[in-house]
Write a protein that binds this ligand. Structure first.
Ligand code: ZN
Length: 187
């Protein structure tokens, strides 16, 4: 199978002075998340981090001039793959263990056959035709799709729950608990 080697893994759009949207263009929309970098006075947030196939910290290096806390909207693998790179992570208390990757239940891979058959069936029933391979490029020569794995977070994790406020000094976010898609989904 001849997947091309990407010369960059992330693309970005500057929303304003403080907000940048990043994404992984060669990842199937099914597992491509929005990655938001938000500048703050005291620290920055990186809200979701993608699959962790390539280094987000490296790709966003020019944006990162102060401490960064990586927020997990939830801990499915397509949202938290790069969290291990950041000094501190923020997650709902119900998904702390998942962010440590202590259970592997949130994990699938880059090919259709790694997705739980029950989940795959539900995805297809909703009208989405699952492709056999969920990327259209690889990040570097010799990268094997089967070798991809989710790295658990070893760094500091701060847990949050409904009503907590994340205060960047000049911008405040109130945590909304939005269970459904996963038990600890937050907005
Ligand atoms: Zn999800």
């Amino acid at each position: 199978m001849g997947l091309k080697i990407a010369d960059h893994w992330f693309e970005r759009k500057t929303i304003d002075d403080a907000i940048t949207l990043l994404w992984e263009p060669y990842v199937d929309p099914l597992i491509r998340c929005n990655i938001w970098h938000v500048r703050g006075r005291d620290f920055d947030l990186m809200i979701d981090t993608g699959l962790g196939i390539a280094s987000l910290a490296e790709a966003a290096k020019d944006l990162l001039d102060k401490p960064v806390k990586a927020v997990a909207t939830h801990t499915h693998y397509d949202h938290v793959g790069g969290h291990y790179e950041f000094q501190e992570c923020i997650v709902h208390k119900l998904e702390e263990a998942a962010l440590r990757n202590e259970d592997k239940s949130n994990f699938a891979g880059l090919t259709k056959d790694t997705i739980d058959p029950y989940v795959a069936e539900k995805i297809e029933a909703s009208g989405y035709k699952l492709k056999d391979v969920l990327v259209t490029a690889i990040p570097k020569r010799g990268f094997n799709l089967e070798d991809y794995e989710l790295k658990g977070v070893q760094n500091k994790i701060t847990t949050v729950e409904a009503g907590d406020v994340i205060d960047l000094g000049d911008r405040q976010f109130e945590v909304l608990h939005l269970p459904g898609h996963s038990p600890g989904s937050i907005g």
